[in-house]
Ligand binder design. Structure first.
Ligand code: PEP
Ligand code: MN
Length: 340
């Protein structure tokens, strides 16, 4: 049951309803934007007359509640002056891994010239083999932050473990939760308590309901800034790294108010297909793209095969410009603030 509250409801009024729910043995979550109390398993409605701050009580029939568009119809927010979500789109680009000062500064410099506003790069890399390059760690975080600052780019980087939360909070503007951690539920609920947007990648085996339930772990803690990212799912076919699920974009948009972007780099695993799938995702209505780029993809320390060169990225940006009338969503709109 979702108890929607009138504007200007006071904290004491919220607590009174939560006490009522507690007394009948029901867990509840207070969320804002719009203000509501979610009592997911409750069947006994609090009395409207007694609690005058209640505007409406709704049953949400799906397992996920706060990610559902039955709770609200749209989510948009700003990151350093750039609009994300609803009718906006954003390009996030950068290397799979931060490899060196020269590499990340060269990429940041290139992206700034391309009018991109978000720089991605992993400092702690989830690698299948413990013997592969696993990132520069904390040194990488410091490098991406200073490259972002110098080139006016907001930083997106992955959080691999809660023990690193303070550092990743300090060095990033958006925290990425990778495919392998989508089902790390304890971690997700801790991210509900922070005030930083979370880019939640789809688990490589995750059904849409599971993905939206993962989002609910964050939303129910009170963090309403969640961006979903489709990055391909595993299939039986070993000719492609993943199956990029373009159909999931309109599907999720029919179920949820959350922004959804696409990562055709991991989605295809092959730089030859990234351009086409990036365009397909944007035409399908995505709120943006995450693209891996590198000055010399063949020398990248991770995911080189799916990484675009600068000229391939430039070509994609030109193609997207030509597709503007079909995409409709303004890309990286309202960028005004200087990152400090
Ligand atoms: C990445 O973005 O580099 C990454 C590891 O992604 P995923 O979690 O989707 O595999
Ligand atoms: Mn990668």
């Amino acid at each position: 049951m979702l108890i929607l509250l009138k504007p200007n409801t006071r904290k004491e009024q919220v607590l009174e309803i939560q006490d009522f729910l507690k007394n009948i043995g029901q867990e509840s979550f207070y969320v804002q934007n719009p203000d509501a109390i979610l009592a997911p398993n409750n069947k006994v409605a609090p009395d409207h007359e007694r609690y005058s701050c209640i505007s409406e009580i709704k049953e949400i029939s799906t397992p996920y509640k706060l990610a559902s568009n039955a709770y609200k119809t749209e989510t948009s927010f700003e990151v350093n002056g750039v609009q994300i979500g609803t009718d906006y789109a954003n390009i996030i680009a950068g290397p799979c891994s931060i490899e060196s000062e020269d590499q990340i500064f060269e990429i940041a410099n290139f992206l700034q010239k391309q009018q991109v506003k978000f720089l991605r790069g992993g400092a702690f890399k989830p690698r299948t083999s413990p013997y592969s390059f696993r990132g520069l760690g904390k040194k990488g975080l410091a490098l991406i932050k200073s490259a972002g600052k110098q080139h006016n780019l907001s930083v997106v980087t992955e959080l691999m473990d809660l023990s690193l939360l303070d550092e990743v909070m300090e060095y990033s503007d958006i925290i990425q939760i990778g495919s392998r951690n989508m089902a790390n539920f304890y971690m997700l609920s801790e991210l509900g308590k922070i005030n930083k947007p979370i880019l939640l990648k789809r688990g490589m085996q995750a059904k849409v309901t599971e993905w939206l339930l993962a989002a609910d772990y964050i939303l129910s803690g009170g963090n309403d800034k969640v961006i979903l990212c489709e990055r391909g799912i595993r299939s039986f076919d070993n000719l492609s790294r993943n199956v990029m699920d373009i159909g999931v974009i309109p599907l999720v948009q029919s179920l949820s108010h959350l922004p959804i972007i696409a990562d055709p780099s991991h989605g295809t695993g092959d730089s030859k297909f990234v351009n086409q799938m990036a365009k397909a995702a944007m035409i399908a209505g995505a709120n943006g793209l995450m693209i891996e780029i590198h000055p010399e993809p063949s020398k990248a320390l991770s995911d080189g095969n799916q990484t675009l060169s600068f000229s391939q990225f430039d070509e994609l940006m030109t193609d997207l410009e030509l597709l503007k009338p079909a995409i409709k969503k303004p890309i990286d709109a309202n960028y005004s603030l200087i990152i400090d």
